[in-house]
Design a protein around this ligand. Structure first.
Ligand SMILES: [Zn+2]
Length: 332
């Protein structure tokens, strides 16, 4: 997935995945993977533990493709920015205007927000990159977009226009002048766009590197104040990321492999083994995963040793949960 190198070690913790990527020069560097949204993680869990409708399976596939496309872009971009003063902000979300929480009639987290896949400050310019990982071909004709079968496809540039307007207003509010470019990247190398419009806003995979070589050069000015102001306006809790409405009783119980989704089989007191990819997993790790899953699914469920035992289909006992908790190995 990461084209700039290959993964040599992968570590999972509750909310951040860090992978180490070995690059061609043999150098090892740390690389923070962008996070999946809560909705994405809920659907991944429910895909194993619930009968998702065709509609929601499709939503999961779209989220997977989108996330994978962003990782591909991150990997390519990282090759240009490592060791430079180029700034890369992933999944930058903000409210279009300064919201005074006292004036809102609903929770601040539910107010509409603007979502930008990537904000990059390079060459003393601010770039936004919207990543589209579509595996299907598109045709452009008379300012409209069409699928192969002739059906119309919603104009992907509309989102870029909205981002330009909203980001422009935000920049006016937080900081003086920086020139902005808003770009749309079709990242999927198997996709063809017929009659690609001659627009500087659209980048396809085959010319991505060439475009980045020109744009991703060092900044000559200090942009730390701008970055600080942008970070201060960043929103992390998003409205579409609420609790699932699925009832705990309707969820398939058991322990599943986070990597391949197959069931885990208990090997001995300390270890599980994945029946699919054969990955061995220590009990403590499986236990931590169950707790994280419960919190991702529905934060209003009270996580207790009894609930965990039930969720694991008795694969992990209440006693085991209490014991690990008492030893300070579990945090919930
Ligand atoms: Zn597995």
């Amino acid at each position: 997935m990461i084209s700039a190198g290959f993964v040599v070690q992968k570590l999972n913790c509750c909310d951040m995945t860090t992978i180490y990527v070995r690059f061609t020069m043999g150098e090892r560097r740390e690389f923070h993977l962008r996070e999946k949204t809560r909705r994405h993680r809920q659907l991944e869990i429910l895909d194993r533990r619930y009968e998702l409708s065709a509609f929601e399976k499709e939503e999961l596939q779209k989220l997977e493709a989108g996330y994978e496309g962003e990782l591909i872009f991150d990997g390519i971009l990282e090759g240009f920015i490592h060791g430079t003063n180029i700034v890369h902000m992933k999944d930058y979300n903000f409210y279009p205007e300064a919201v005074d929480a006292r004036l809102l009639t609903r929770p601040e987290a539910e107010a509409g927000h603007v979502q930008i896949d990537n904000v990059v400050i390079a060459k003393d310019y601010l770039y936004t990159f919207e990543i589209k990982n579509y595996s299907f071909d598109l045709h452009h004709r008379d300012s409209h977009w069409f699928f192969d079968n002739g059906g119309e496809f919603a104009d992907p540039l509309a989102q870029v226009v909205k981002q330009r307007n909203m980001m422009g207003k935000l920049l006016d509010g937080v900081e003086g002048r920086i020139r902005m470019f808003n770009l749309l990247v079709f990242i999927n190398k198997d996709q063809t766009i017929f009659n690609l419009p001659a627009s500087n806003e659209i980048i396809v995979r085959s010319n991505l590197r060439k475009k980045l070589v020109k744009a991703m050069t060092v900044n000559h000015h200090d942009h730390s104040r701008l970055v600080g102001n942008l970070e201060a306006r960043r929103v992390t809790v998003l409205k579409y990321q609420g609790d699932t409405t699925v009832d705990f009783r309707d969820i398939r119980k058991g322990v599943f492999c986070a990597a391949c989704g197959e069931r885990l089989v208990r090997v001995n007191r300390y270890k599980f083994l994945c029946s699919g990819c054969r990955t061995p997993l220590p009990v403590l790790e499986v236990l931590e995963q169950l707790i994280v899953e419960l919190q991702i699914l529905n934060s209003s469920w009270t996580v207790t040793p009894a609930l965990i035992q039930k969720y694991s289909n008795d694969e992990i006992s209440e006693y085991c949960v209490r014991n690990n908790k008492k030893r300070g190995l579990l945090d919930y």
